[in-house]
Design a protein around this ligand. Structure first.
Ligand code: COA
Length: 263
């Protein structure tokens, strides 16, 4: 376990899964500048687990909030400052989005504003039935400042984005699931299901997983033809990997269990 001021990070060597906990529970894990920086530092620390490893050690990350809430959004007490964390703000969302392994946001309690934007910058959102998700900025006379409307427009559709951002309502996990903002909803099984999903991703060939993440991310920015060319460029080098050889062998031989290493 590695503790930063407002984030705890943990790496499980055996399963190759990293865990990041936003840890400012007294402020419902609201995003202070420090917390934004610590999210990046925590992810960098997790990635540093690759340094002495054979192949790729870190293969999936689960992000959650301490003490029953994911994150109640931007820290409103830092809001009136001239330029509220502009550069670090953009940085943490982009860092999460471009991080080379899949990140699952495990959501309990409040997940609002920048908290929901952080969760939507992740690759997957698994929510507890007690989760309350929303973009309440409209009631502060603002709009979501880190792509909230853009994310929902892409995950669901522009009309859903308008519904969420114009009303500022706190949605139930079920409603967020109906709108495709949340991938899965669980009750008491949330921890087990999220961990199981992370471990499944971590057991797959890591270079292929990384290429899929990148391909899905660029798909929202380019047309289909260009996207297909992008996928082809990422496909070809994978043919030369040990992981591909292992996968092909496992397909041919019933009793061969491949251990993928990211090489
Ligand atoms: N920034 C800074 N502090 C926050 C915060 C935020 N976004 N959200 C909650 N907190 C703090 C509260 O000030 C309070 O601190 P205190 O105990 O020192 O007074 C503590 O977290 C608990 O919050 P509280 O409001 O007492 O809890 P609640 O259960 O009554 O209400 C919310 C929870 C999430 C509905 C309410 O806190 C809220 O609306 N927060 C702001 C959400 C928001 O607008 N986010 C987007 C910002 S752009």
């Amino acid at each position: 376990m590695e503790e930063f001021d407002t984030v705890d990070a943990e790496f499980d060597e055996e399963t190759h899964v990293g865990y990041l906990t936003l840890n400012r529970p007294d402020a419902l894990n609201a995003l202070s500048d420090q917390l934004r920086r610590d999210i990046v530092e925590g992810l960098r620390w997790l990635e540093s687990q690759n340094e002495d490893a054979e192949g790729i050690a870190l293969r999936a990350v689960v992000v959650e909030g301490a003490e029953g809430n994911f994150c109640a959004g931007a820290d409103i007490t830092e809001f009136s400052e001239a330029s509220p964390g502009e550069s670090s703000e953009r940085h943490h969302y982009q860092f999460v989005q471009e991080f080379p392994v899949p990140i699952i946001a495990k959501i309990r309690g409040y997940c609002l504003g920048g908290g929901l934007e952080t969760a939507m910058a992740c690759d997957f959102r698994f929510a507890h039935t007690d989760a309350r998700l929303g973009l309440p900025e409209v009631d502060l006379g603002l709009i979501p400042g880190a792509g909230g409307v853009q994310y929902i427009s892409r995950l669901a559709n522009p009309s859903a984005a308008k519904e969420v951002a114009m009303t500022g309502d706190h949605l139930s996990a079920e409603r967020a699931h109906e709108l495709d903002i949340v991938n899965r909803v669980y009750d008491e099984d949330l921890d087990e299901a999220t961990q199981g999903f992370a471990e499944t991703l971590a057991s797959k060939p890591p270079l292929a997983i990384q290429a899929i993440k990148d391909a899905a991310n660029v798909s929202t920015q380019i047309g289909l033809d260009e996207g297909r060319s992008y996928d082809r460029r990422r496909f070809e080098p994978l043919l030369d990997t040990e992981d591909h050889q292992k996968g092909a062998r496992a397909f041919a031989e019933d009793d061969y269990e491949p251990e993928f290493e990211g090489r």
